[in-house]
Design a binder for this molecule. Structure first.
Ligand code: R1P
Length: 275
């Protein structure tokens, strides 16, 4: 699709015109986790509204800017604020920045989110390394003409989340004495939180956590051949049989509280990762 490639290239060229070093790791920061970007050294900050063809974030807990610089010795580009399908963006818009990352030269996507825990062995405040996902959003960001410049029509998803990165994140967490879970992230469109029956179903089909993001970004990253690490912060328990009412303010508040260990884990992974 020539028009989409053109749009991606316009965004890429604009970003490249503002930086002197090419980032190699892309970070997408979930609800309440955006502060991580403030630790990036020598930052070049680019507001989404200034980037050609970029959407803008509308959700509380999501700023709308790219922060590009160095963290733990690695060149990173962080999205401080992501786009969600429920905001009214098309899947193509939601995932646009991921293709731009690839066009810039980014090799690894480290994607994070705040989510609900459906696995009864988990607790609110736990971190989870994503081992796999279930796309239950009712659509797919690859629908439409394929972009062969990035990848094939029918991309493989047998290992969406990189096994080496999973092992590394687990090792770093263990070294830090951090409680860490591993599991499957089930994505629904939102914006409402789930009913007890929906949660029972999602748990039954293999979901350990549930959220409204991440999966579209990972599908596009894998289409484009980027390696992916996903880290979820479980902000609330979402167990059908014992569901409590939930607000986004609660989600952001728990994310705020648990941020220090999330930041420690991400920093540890960045420090040790070899690309
Ligand atoms: C709901 O509280 C919001 O928090 C999560 C959900 O997906 C939803 O957007 O946000 P992130 O997935 O962006 O962390």
């Amino acid at each position: 699709m020539e028009n989409k490639m053109q749009k991606i290239n316009e965004a890429k060229d604009y970003i490249l015109s503002k930086i002197t070093e090419i980032p190699e790791i892309g970070l997408i920061l979930g609800s309440g986790l955006g502060e991580m970007a403030e630790l990036i050294e020598n930052p070049v900050i680019i507001e989404y509204k200034d980037i050609p063809n970029f959407p803008v974030s509308t959700v509380e807990g999501h700023k709308g800017q790219l922060v590009i610089g160095t963290l733990e010795g690695k060149k990173v580009m962080a999205m401080q604020g992501r786009f969600h399908y429920y905001e009214g963006y098309s899947m193509s818009e939601v995932t646009f920045p991921v293709y731009v990352m690839k066009a810039i030269g980014i090799k690894m996507l480290l994607v994070t989110n705040a989510c609900g825990g459906m696995n009864k062995a988990f607790s609110a405040g736990d971190l989870m390394i994503i081992t796999d996902h279930i796309n239950f959003m009712g659509t797919n960001p690859l629908i439409g003409p394929n972009l062969p410049e990035f990848g094939p029509r029918f991309p493989d998803m047998s290992q969406a989340y990189d096994q080496e990165f999973i092992s590394l994140a687990e090792k770093v967490a263990n070294d830090q004495g951090l409680k860490i879970q591993k599991g499957v992230y089930a994505a629904i469109s939102g914006p409402n939180y789930q009913t007890p029956s929906e949660l029972k179903m999602l748990a039954k089909i293999g979901g350990d956590t549930v959220g409204m993001s991440t999966v579209p970004e990972v599908i596009i990253a894998r289409h484009a051949g980027m390696r992916v690490l996903g880290i979820s912060l479980i902000t609330d328990m979402a167990i059908g049989e014992e569901l409590e009412p939930l607000t986004h303010e609660q989600v952001v508040a728990v994310a705020e509280q648990s941020k220090p260990k999330f930041i420690k884990l991400v920093r540890g992974v960045l420090k040790e990762v070899i690309l």
